[in-house]
Design a protein around this ligand. Structure first.
Ligand code: FEO
Ligand code: CA
Ligand code: CA
Ligand code: CA
Length: 600
């Protein structure tokens, strides 16, 4: 026990108590530091960050805003590349006196555009510890910024379809830039998968599209009766393509999984149409028993679905040219969850049914295989571009905002973070989404048949129904609820090398800051959830990433200081620079100061 190889006792840190402190709080014996902050130079020659004198040119060469997904590619023991998503910009915190996109200066709009996308940065280990720092000198040949303006290409069955053609790209194969990249994953061949999520918010004049397109626009969260939505960033003021009345298909070119090779800064990012189009939270890969590549994905909106893609061909280690075609040809499935308890016992209260568990069976319903649609009345291209509409037609299960979906590399279990759903009514409660007005969310565990990621049927259960453990409508896999941490709004999931489940939160509804939690998923400690860190005021916790050597936890601190009425004149956070500094979204690293394994 406690020998660092999993099982009982391997997690022995003292949990962080819920708090509202404006700092990154870590357990006793641990330290943290911001590795890379909004505005830090990424490209050699980029200027130092200057909050009072921002320019779009500078931002396009500096670390972007609102870091989300984080992953790490080692280059030996002491160096590596960090990939980081920049989900969105918060102009009210970025600029003094900012009111809205209509009154913004064009330069401010362009800075916001350049603050989106992603970054590749080189980092180096400090001494022989778990601490890492940004490499700030020398060639940094892999450092890269991806923005709203980076040329990309479509591949897969929908590439070149009429639905993806625009005046600027009559081929329908050359989208420009990516938007609102939230979470993501990596592939077995060493590339990044980054997910375009709430792309709907960037487009104006939905009332101007052709009538036939309006139901689809509406299904994807854009009002077909509104011209300029309130809060719009007005990208259309500097680039006409964001005006739907002029370019109705441009929006179809966002909402995809984008593959990026961090080791080739000249490579063209690829939007993989075979993985469908929706508010992609992320995409994480695993291998089926026969070697096919599987990507698990959530669509993060209320009453949306859980998906997986299974490639037609197998992954062949080392055969790079072959492997890089795998995500273009396969089957896209959507999940249906069936409960095993009588419907009358699922009343929306969150009370456990008589059989003692929210659980049941499920199936993966195929939507499209290669160029062949399985949905009557829709072509393969239509299924891929309007995936939500296709999933509606086959009777998939409407979930409480599916965020990260990831397979445990040790046990093979698949975990789905369902962050919350304020709109579910008692009549809409089902065993997989058992609480009405679900404020705190839950976590769903899928056991694929024969523990094969390529299976088309599965068993499922809810190991975690979140909230204050004193609330009877919570569940921690049956573990003693007097010994667990409160948790609310699970968003990202990750695993350490022992198979412990790490969960970061976004939007804590229990009155404390968001945080990062860890929970064993097997053995007598299953359900023993503990808070490992909390983030500063107004922030959500993203990443997270536990390094393979288990000595470092990387966490993205997204939107510190994003609270009601906060502005540069009245900041609610000064993290990470402290004093009177403006808040800066940053990736931090946490390590044990005695060099011990994370969780010790
Ligand atoms: Fe961007 Fe679904 O969190
Ligand atoms: Ca049951
Ligand atoms: Ca997220
Ligand atoms: Ca979220």
């Amino acid at each position: 026990h406690g020998n660092g190889h999993g099982g009982r006792g391997s997690l022995r840190f003292t949990p962080v108590a819920p708090n509202t402190d404006d700092k990154l709080t870590v357990p006793a014996g641990y330290a943290s530091v911001a590795v890379v902050r909004w505005g830090d130079p990424v490209l050699p020659g980029a200027p130092e960050f200057d909050f009072e004198n921002q320019t779009a040119d500078a931002q396009a060469a500096q670390f972007g805003y609102n870091c989300d997904f984080v992953t790490f590619f080692p280059m030996g023991h002491n160096r590596g590349l960090l990939w980081v998503n920049h989900e969105y910009s918060d102009e009210t915190l970025m600029f003094r006196g900012y009111k809205d996109g209509t009154s913004a200066t064009e330069e401010q709009i362009k800075i916001g555009m350049a603050a989106h996308g992603g970054s590749v940065v080189e980092i180096q280990r400090v001494g022989d510890t778990g601490e890492w720092r940004l490499v700030t000198r020398g060639r940094r040949r892999y450092n890269r910024r991806i923005t709203v303006h980076t040329p990309m290409r479509f591949t897969g069955p929908a590439a070149g379809s009429d639905l993806l053609k625009t005046a600027a790209d009559p081929s329908g194969t050359k989208p420009v830039g990516m938007l609102n990249n939230c979470a993501g994953g990596t592939t077995p061949w060493g590339t990044v998968l980054t997910a375009e999520e709430n792309f709907n918010q960037y487009f104006v004049n939905g009332n101007g599209v052709p009538e036939a397109q309006k139901p689809y626009l509406s299904r994807y969260g854009v009002s077909p009766t509104t011209g300029i939505p309130s809060g719009s960033r007005r990208f259309d003021r500097v680039e006409e393509r964001f005006d739907l009345a002029k370019h109705p298909n441009e929006i179809n070119r966002t909402g995809w999984i984008v593959e990026i090779d961090p080791f080739d800064p000249d490579s063209t990012p690829i939007k993989r149409t075979a993985l469908g189009r929706f508010a992609h939270e992320g995409a994480t890969t695993s291998l089926a028993a026969d070697g096919r590549v599987v990507a698990y994905m959530g669509d993060d909106s209320r009453f949306e679905y859980v998906y997986k893609f299974v490639s037609r061909k197998r992954y062949i280690p080392g055969f790079d040219r072959h492997n890089r075609t795998l995500l273009d040809d396969g089957t896209l499935y959507v999940a249906k969850f069936t409960g095993d308890s009588p419907a009358a016992e699922i009343d929306g209260s969150g009370k456990l049914p008589a059989d003692g568990g929210f659980d049941g069976s499920g199936e993966w319903i195929p939507l499209v295989t290669g160029n062949v649609s399985h949905v009557p009345g829709m072509t393969a291209a239509e299924v891929l571009v309007y995936t939500r509409v296709a999933a509606d037609k086959v009777g998939a299960t409407k979930m409480d905002r599916p965020e990260d979906v990831e397979r445990n590399p040790v046990t093979g279990g698949v975990y789905v973070a369902l962050t919350n759903n304020s709109n579910r009514t008692p009549a809409q409660a089902d065993e997989a989404n058992p609480r009405a007005s679900n404020k705190h969310g839950h976590v769903l565990e899928i056991a694929e048949r024969r523990n094969d990621a390529g299976a088309t049927t599965f068993a499922w259960s809810l190991p975690l129904v979140c909230g204050d453990p004193k609330d009877p409508a919570t569940y921690f896999a049956g573990f003693d609820k007097t010994k667990v941490s409160p948790i609310s709004c699970p968003d990202n999931v990750a695993f350490d090398a022992d198979g412990n489940l790490w969960i970061s939160t976004d939007g804590n509804q229990l009155g404390a800051n968001d945080g990062l939690f860890v929970m064993p998923v097997r053995g007598s400690e299953r359900g023993h959830l503990r808070q490992f860190l909390s983030v500063p005021v107004g922030a959500e916790t993203c990443g997270p990433l536990i390094s393979k050597d288990q000595r470092s936890v990387f966490v993205a601190v997204q939107h510190p200081g994003e609270t009601d009425d906060a502005s540069p004149e009245t900041p609610s956070s000064h993290w990470p620079d402290g004093g009177t500094a403006q808040p800066r979204p940053s990736v931090a690293v946490v390590w044990h100061t005695g060099g011990k394994k994370i969780g010790s």
